[in-house]
Unconditional design. Structure first.
Length: 207
C-alpha cells in the first residue's frame, strides 16, 4: 500500500530524485509515501482483514484516549527489514516540515521490531560484507541508499538509533573489520566516538 501510494504522487518522487536516488533504487528498496491523512493506512488494512488490535501491536496505529489514528502521516516511508528480508517496521521522513513534527519517525518497539538488533540494509549487505571482509556503517537510510546505489553494497545503517552491542555482534559474526562514516556535524562526531569505542571494546578493527 505504501509503495503503491507513491505512483500518483509527483512531489515525494521529485524529492527522492533530488536527493539523488534513481527509480531502480526506490523500487528495489520499496520506498513509499503515505498521504497526510489520519486514517488512510488503517482504513486500507481494515479492508484487508486486519483488526485494530493487530495494527496497534504492529506499530501502525496509535491510541490517545478514545481516538486511534495512523502513526505515519505525510511521510516518505522506508521499510525496515530483518535479516531474512521481512518487513518488521518503518521509518518515515516528513515531507513538508511543519516545525513541530520530528524529521524522522520510527516504529515503536513491537513483537516484531527490536531497534537495538536491527541494522538497516543488513539483510542485503551480508554477502558483500563477507566478500570484502569489512562493513561500512553510516547514520541513516538516505546515506545507506546512496552508498548501495554507488556500489558500496557492504554498507549498513544504524537507522537513526544509537549503535548497540547487539548491532556490532551482527556485523562481527561476518567480519571483524568496520569503517564508520558518520556525518561531520557535532552529533555525528559524538556518535562515531561512542561507536568506535564500543567496537574497539568488542575486539573489532575500526577505521
Amino acid at each position: 500500500f505504501l509503495q503503491n501510494n507513491l505512483s500518483g504522487e509527483e512531489i515525494p518522487m521529485d524529492y527522492l530524485k533530488k536527493r539523488g536516488l534513481i527509480e531502480k533504487t526506490i523500487k528495489d528498496w520499496r520506498i513509499g509515501y503515505v498521504r497526510d491523512e489520519w486514517r488512510s493506512i488503517s482504513d486500507y488494512l481494515k479492508q484487508k482483514g486486519f483488526t485494530e488490535s493487530e495494527m496497534e501491536r504492529a506499530g501502525i496505529t496509535k491510541t490517545e484516549g478514545k481516538n486511534t489514528y495512523d502513526r505515519f502521516r505525510g511521510r516518505i516511508m522506508f521499510p525496515l527489514f530483518d535479516s531474512a528480508s521481512r518487513v518488521v517496521a518503518f521509518s518515515g521522513r516528513i515531507l513538508h516540515d511543519d516545525g513541530k513534527s520530528a524529521k524522522y519517525l520510527n516504529s515503536p518497539q513491537t513483537e516484531l521490531f527490536d531497534k537495538s538488533k536491527i541494522l538497516y540494509g543488513y539483510d542485503r549487505a551480508k554477502q558483500a560484507i563477507r566478500k570484502f571482509d569489512f562493513s561500512i556503517l553510516v547514520e541513516g537510510q538516505m546515506d545507506l541508499l546512496m552508498a548501495h546505489q554507488a556500489g558500496f553494497t557492504n554498507t549498513v545503517a544504524s537507522s537513526g538509533t544509537a549503535l548497540t552491542a547487539e548491532h556490532l555482534t551482527l556485523l562481527r559474526r561476518i567480519s571483524n573489520k568496520i569503517i564508520m562514516s558518520f556525518d561531520s556535524d557535532n552529533a555525528g562526531a559524538s556518535a562515531v566516538e561512542k561507536g568506535w569505542a564500543l567496537a574497539l571494546s568488542s575486539g573489532m578493527e575500526v577505521k
